[in-house]
Design a protein around this ligand. Structure first.
Ligand SMILES: Nc1ncnc2c1ncn2[C@@H]1O[C@H](COP(=O)(O)OP(=O)(O)OP(=O)(O)O)[C@@H](O)[C@H]1O
Ligand SMILES: [Mg+2]
Length: 481
């Protein structure tokens, strides 16, 4: 049976050190959990094992023999399969065709034979699917199961699942966990990435915790203290230096009461003028609906948002998808919000944009926020850091009384990160009420006057006097008491 060792794996993407000497040791026949904060390097690590990421350094040993894995096909030939969270595959092809994909010659089988083969495979794994259905039309849980069956059909003895349960309903999670146990019973090995403690303790034999690209610990799950797991995940270093903004907190500028939308299960919060209220937590605990209700693109199922001071500005969490219109010029993106409100003097007159004024005003903003690029350049062609500065500039140009910022420094280098954090502090000092939602714990500790943790759609305030990584780590894993 396959035994896997990764040693001292390093991988850099541009300015991001994704893996910084990570180790992973998988015993044959175990279910091995991989745990760590957002950005810890879990996905990158398993992708090196599946030939999707070429590490800068380190070694991979399969059954004791050093190996280089340079493609998924190669990984599969070694018995390693990886199933993505959204497991498909070829959405336009049928279930049967998907199962045949990648197998030599089998796509040339007559359709009836193909369907028959598919049925046998599906039955073996309790998956009652019509082989003729296009895979893209299946519910996500079935797509995922199909991805697993396909990997098994192609000979995977070690199956890697990257956050498979994040997209599943609770009953589907149970059935997936049962499948993992069954695979272990068949002598297969599973690497299971999850942020959910009870899934790890329910079925996993051992767990490896990654933090900032390094392996912190590998331990048997039995008898493990969840608090210790939390400490490994977030570390116990003192909070980073850098003053959380001080000063007077003025009257309430933003209030949310009993917000329910999607995952949100009744979120209450207030943000005062001049303070940064920071919401920590692992992605998938309600961050997306929280952003969407503040962006006004999702309606509340219950509760209300009171914006007591205006204007409110937003820095969306995904600069490419929701932040910018990539095909529009940088300068057009800068004034999108103003334009949407109808436009006012001096940039607009009679509802029309005055291009000459725009250029002038944009140059000023670019230099104030240090955006490197040409105003007329399509936003798509700016670097990530400059796209993010553009979003910051757009939000702060209006001198907002309330600013909602979602992961404002995700994926940025140190210089851009420092710049943006300082601007958020500066906005707060000048009286803006800032609601910061961030999966970056350092950021939350550095900026938040008050901190709360979003866990499963509820907000848990970090008690004054317990503002430590340790406490926040506990709350992030749901250790509320
Ligand atoms: N292709 C890439 N290009 C640039 N940066 C990347 C790339 N892939 C990953 N990163 C960065 O590497 C770091 C580690 O990312 P990775 O996806 O491995 O984390 P993760 O532990 O899987 O996090 P999550 O729990 O959010 O899935 C992050 O800072 C991420 O932004
Ligand atoms: Mg990941």
């Amino acid at each position: 049976m396959l035994r896997v060792e990764l040693r001292d794996v390093g991988k850099r993407f541009g300015s991001t050190l994704a893996l910084d000497g990570a180790d992973l040791e998988i015993e044959a026949g175990e279910i091995h959990a991989l745990l760590g904060e957002n950005g810890a390097g879990k996905t990158t690590l398993v992708r090196t094992l599946y030939g999707l990421v070429r590490p800068d350094r380190g070694e991979i040993r399969l059954d004791g023999r050093e190996t280089r894995i340079d493609s998924p096909a190669h990984a599969l030939s070694q018995g390693i399969g990886l199933v993505h969270q959204h497991a498909v595959l070829a959405p336009a092809l049928t279930v049967a065709e998907n199962l045949a994909l990648g197998e030599k010659d089998s796509l040339w089988l007559p359709p009836a034979r193909l369907a028959q083969r598919a049925r046998t495979l599906l039955e073996a794994y309790d998956l009652a699917l019509d082989p003729e259905t296009p895979a893209g039309e299946l519910p996500v849980a079935h797509q995922q199961r199909l991805g697993i069956v396909r990997a098994l059909a192609r000979g995977a003895r070690l199956l890697i699942l990257d956050e498979p349960t994040a997209v599943l309903a609770p009953s589907e999670v149970d059935s997936l966990l049962e499948l993992l146990v069954r695979l272990r019973g068949e002598g297969r090995t599973v690497v299971f990435i999850s942020h959910k403690l009870e899934e790890v303790t329910a079925v996993c034999d051992r767990v490896t915790v990654l933090r900032k690209g390094r392996t912190v610990a590998t331990r048997p799950v039995a008898g493990l203290d969840p608090r210790e797991l939390g400490r490994w995940m977030v570390g116990v270093d003192p909070p980073p230096p850098g003053e959380p903004p001080g000063g007077e907190v003025g009257s309430v500028a933003l209030r949310a009461v009993g917000l329910q939308a999607g995952l949100l299960r009744g979120v209450d919060l207030t943000v005062g003028e001049g303070e940064i209220f920071a919401v920590a937590g692992i992605d998938g605990n309600g961050q997306a609906p929280l952003e969407e209700v503040f962006a006004g693109i999702r309606s509340l199922e219950a509760g209300k948002i009171e914006v007591l001071r205006s204007p409110l500005a937003l820095i969306p969490g995904d600069r490419q998808r929701t932040g910018l219109v990539l095909g529009l010029a940088a300068e057009e993106n800068l004034i999108l919000v103003e334009a949407a409100r109808g436009g006012s003097e001096p940039l607009f007159r009679w509802g029309l944009l005055r291009r000459s004024r725009l250029r002038e005003s944009v140059r000023e903003t670019f230099s104030r926020f240090d955006v490197q690029g040409e105003p007329a350049q399509p936003a798509a062609t700016l670097s990530g850091g400059n796209q993010q500065r553009l979003l910051l500039a757009r939000a702060l140009r209006e001198r907002p009384a309330v600013l909602v910022a979602i992961n404002p420094t995700r994926g940025l280098d140190l210089a851009a990160t420092g710049f943006i954090r300082e601007e958020l502090r500066r906005a707060a000092r000048s009286g803006t009420a800032v609601l910061l939602v961030s999966t970056d714990l350092d950021e939350v500790l550095e900026l938040g006057n008050r901190i709360a943790v979003l866990f499963r759609g509820r907000l848990y305030p970090v008690e004054a006097g317990r503002r430590t990584r340790e406490r926040i780590g506990e709350l992030m894993l749901g250790q509320v008491g």
